[in-house]
Design a protein around this ligand. Structure first.
Ligand SMILES: Cc1cc2nc3c(=O)[nH]c(=O)nc-3n(C[C@H](O)[C@H](O)[C@H](O)COP(=O)(O)OP(=O)(O)OC[C@H]3O[C@@H](n4cnc5c(N)ncnc54)[C@H](O)[C@@H]3O)c2cc1C
Length: 389
């Protein structure tokens, strides 16, 4: 039985939130407690995405939540961050689904699409009636997407796409894929729809991380799409990276939720687990772990909060987003590992969440720019010297 989650707020960050932000956070917190926590370990074990939750996510206004118009909730950046924090307290897979739908697929259409493309997709995606995915990574191009090999050839009345994408979240259930391909050597964005001739997907199975999330390969074999499927403003790699910035912002918040879940679980466990005739919470080594966890979570909260308030006024610099994504995901992974240690053998079972979060966070550390790539982004910003090649 899960105790009621009250959050982690050592530095009274609640004082800095508006009433609306707290209300939204508490609503999602309750949804996760009631609908996600009871089922998510089984979903993870059975490698099932809980698709029955999509309509509820939509009803709560959580799909494309930060967007104005098109039936979206129009939340501010901090409220949106708190939504993702709470969802990832449930599971990184659920948060990944919402991030991909909102910050990658819907954002790409919103920022780079024609008005007809927005009208066609965004209201239906906000309602959860249509699902999206974002195909950038390829088998041979992960950290270096600029080299991607998928090609789009312009013919008189259609485009012909050829290539493969890999590790695409929601790929097999998506109605529309935002696909990045080279047209005459330059990266451009295209909308490929389920059922388009020459388009197929393969489910990537046997993952030990993000098992409650759908991950797929996308295949384009002379895939024929109408000319109006090109995103008119998606020109060059910078367009794809702009989408990733939106998603990375959300991940910086989401990772906090996973860390909070692990910290709370370890704290509760340590107070009730008796060894050497006293609770393990009474041992100094356990207390050091808990003190470190709380300190790092608090620092991560302050980073995310400040980034959110910057984003209310202007888009943060991509490097500022890198710093928060890099720090908070690595922090959450360390917190999950420490929680697993405090739980001892129990920590390797699905009765507790620490092991599941730990496994999930390995993916989160790798996707949306690996930890190393964000290190290099910061390194270049600090020194003016790029160390990518
Ligand atoms: C569960 C999951 C879901 C995903 N969902 C999506 C999605 O929806 N859409 C999408 O497009 N992609 C998605 N990805 C792909 C993800 O973005 C890539 O895995 C990521 O960009 C890294 O690419 P790679 O795995 O090919 O690793 P590689 O690029 O091969 O890197 C391997 C290692 O080398 C390091 N490395 C690479 N280059 C350098 C360098 N210059 N200097 C130092 N170290 C370097 C990396 O940091 C890493 O440690 C997903 C991945 C996972 C695991």
């Amino acid at each position: 039985m899960e105790r009621k989650f009250t959050g982690v707020d050592y530095y009274e960050i609640d004082e800095l939130l508006t009433e609306e932000e707290k209300l939204i956070r508490d609503t999602v917190r309750q949804f996760v407690g009631d609908q996600v926590i009871p089922i998510i370990a089984t979903c993870f074990e059975e490698e099932q995405f809980p698709s029955h939750l999509i309509s509820e996510l939509a009803q709560l206004g959580l799909l494309g939540a930060w967007m104005q118009g098109y039936g979206c909730a129009g939340l501010g950046p901090v409220a949106y961050g708190l939504v993702l924090q709470e969802l990832e307290r449930g599971d990184s897979g659920l948060r990944s689904f919402v991030s991909v739908q909102s910050s990658l697929a819907m954002y790409a259409i919103w920022a780079f699409g024609a008005e007809e493309q927005r009208d066609r997709w965004l209201p239906a995606m906000a309602k959860g009636e249509k699902l999206g995915c974002f195909g950038l990574t390829e088998p041979d191009f992960g950290s270096n997407p600029g080299g991607l090999a998928t090609r789009a050839q312009k013919k008189p009345d259609h485009y012909l796409l050829n290539g493969n994408k890999m590790w695409i979240t929601s790929g097999s259930i998506a109605d529309v894929a935002v696909v990045w391909a080279k047209e005459e050597g330059k990266i451009a964005g295209f909308l490929v729809e389920k059922g388009d001739p020459g388009f197929s997907t393969t489910l990537q199975k046997a993952k030990w991380s993000l098992r409650a999330s759908i991950t797929s390969e996308l295949h384009f074999a002379d895939c024929r799409i109408p000319l109006d499927r090109r995103l008119p403003k998606a020109n060059g790699l910078m367009a794809a990276l702009a989408c990733l910035d939106q998603a990375r912002y959300g991940i910086a918040w989401g990772a906090l939720g996973a860390a909070m879940a692990c910290y709370e679980e370890a704290l509760n466990y340590s107070k009730t687990r008796i060894q050497f005739d006293k609770p393990i919470a009474a041992f100094q080594l356990t207390q050091e772990k808990l003190a470190d966890m709380l300190t790092e979570i608090t620092k991560g909260q302050l980073l995310a909060y400040r980034l959110g308030r910057i984003k209310e006024k202007r888009e943060p610099r991509p490097q500022q987003i890198s710093l928060a994504k890099r720090n908070n995901v690595a922090m959450a992974l360390e917190v999950a590992r420490a929680a697993r240690e405090i739980l001892g053998a129990s920590g390797i079972t699905h009765e507790y969440c620490a092991g599941r979060h730990m496994a999930n966070l390995e993916s989160v550390k790798t996707y949306e720019g690996t930890h190393e790539i964000h290190t290099l982004i910061l390194g270049e910003d600090i020194t003016g010297l790029a160390a990518f090649k």
